[in-house]
Ligand binder design. Sequence first.
Ligand code: NIG
Ligand code: FE
Length: 396
Amino acid sequence: MTSTLITNIGELVTCDPAHGDGSPLGVVHDAALVIEGARIAWVGAAAEAPAADTRIDAAGRAVVPGFVDSHTHLVFGGERSAEFAARMAGARYDGGGIAATVAATRAATDEELRSSAAARLREMRASGTTTVEAKSGYGLDVATEERLLRLSRELTPETTFLGAHVVPPEYARDRSAYVELVCGPMLDACAPHARWVDVFCDQGAFDHEETRAVLRAGVAAGLAPRLHGNQLGFGPGAQIAAEFGAASVDHCTHLSHDDVAALREAGVVATLLPAAEFSTRSPYADARRLLDVGVTVALATDCNPGSAYVTSMPFVIALAVREMRMTPGEALWAATAGGAAALRRTDVGSLAQDCSADLALLDAPGYVHLAYRPASPLVACTWVAGELVHDTGALA
Ligand code: NIG
Ligand code: FE
């Protein structure tokens, strides 16, 4: 197995409190790390670094854990720029455009879906993302939902069955028949390709009884629950997430006092998606209220053609800092270790010994630059499981 020493790291963020001053970010200055095969073999002060087969000089740049984008709708057909333009001219976002993406996705070939999703994944890698969750939900019939999950599985193990995204137009007069389809034949076809089950529990999507029915069926089929909730208005999403012991409830734009308490009690991660608020011109989630009472917060892109056609976690970090008053450190933690918690993963999201060698080298001296220099392409190199998957040549 070959080993690589990355040394002369000006600022290394490990997200391992065993390093640095004991804070969650675990920052080491003048640091080095050793990658052995797909894993992190050693982390510490550059002066104490062991020898390795090859050596990379970071020249004082910062290294951070690869971003864990725990909420995306990666595989879809078409685009909805006209809907975005209408919204910027004053139209409201209500999820109604999902039907347009469903039609475009059903009409797309496997090859078209595969190549557009791969292009988005390349953008993600180039902005430092190393773990990606991907949902179905733009098929809404058995064959297309199965197809979306099968294609998603080619790109990531973190696949989520979202047959309960909205009720498709052909079932508009018989919602319960659609819920039965989702809980029956659709779940049977999709479960072999999925790790998670998700429901869009919100105004205009699925109500509390429908949400519970789909989660119950998903769990019985061996999938782990997560939810879209509390995006478009107050509702039962957060409480149902707590009741089911879901890994995460995502959006959390409208939370009551009791919702926040339930999330904290049940240890459900609140995944915030500020790119959706940005792109729908909606009020941002109250990150401070969650953080200040000790709810675990994750940040993700929500990459999808309607509410947030965004692939960049650094952009999400910048929004979280500027618009949601998270500190740059809180935002980076939420985009790495927080995302890992939202996916119940302990092998990604931090740079501790034995973790997956998933990391990003920044063309900047410190992680604060991610928020301080929004829209600049600051990620010089990205490694996934020890493999260099993005390289701007900055080190040459
Ligand atoms: O997470 N909220 C539901 N689903 C997506 C948006 C879907 C769309 O508009 O296409 C979201 O924001
Ligand atoms: Fe979403």
